[in-house]
Design a protein around this ligand. Sequence first.
Ligand code: DX5
Ligand code: ZN
Length: 225
Amino acid sequence: MSVICKLAASILSADIASIGQSVKEAVSAGVEYIHVDVMDGVFVDNITFGLPIVRAVRAATDAVVDVHLMIIHPSQYVGQFADAGADIVNFHLEAAGDPREIASVIREHGKSPAITINPWTSIKDVVPYLDAVDMVLVMSVNPGFGGQKFLPQSLKRAEQIKNYISQNNLKTQIEMDGGITAKNVRDIINAGADIVVCGSSVFGADSVCGAVKEFRQIFAGALAE
Ligand code: DX5
Ligand code: ZN
């Protein structure tokens, strides 16, 4: 199995007062993606960031800006988030009217579309759209908050999606988000995740640099196999 192993740091756990500095620190420590969790208080029970934070993150780094929209009516906003500086725009299948249409709007804005599924959404529901997006984000907690416990059934879900992708010769990458730590990340990579999102285990760590180093050592082990 080919492994990719990229680390996406979620700014949900970062110091927002100095967001530019937090982003720069994570990227210089070795994080490849900066993950921005946009929550509207309707699709999930929490409200976080909007377009100005995406612009601030974009201004701070050349790393991949990975925006995760936990909002209703994503079709109304994906273009604005693309223009604000997202490289990847994730929208939830559960909130999407026509996922193919939303993906094509994101592509028209020159950015990469990704579709996200909640832990209780059937894999069967996302499979028809995997060819329309560059990435599928498999939630491994219920979306809305950082610091939750990883749902172990997420491993099997990643494996099922990975099998479908390989059997159908697709290039869709798999991202996993929620409850990921240095203790469980190896199992998550083995299950087929290409990119892992870490909030509390990176920005919430005593040392961002030390935490990223630990993840990278685990990745090096997986890549060497
Ligand atoms: C949760 C968000 C996650 C969150 C992950 O709804 O989508 O990106 O930041 O945080 P941790 O890594 O703490 O579970
Ligand atoms: Zn997220």
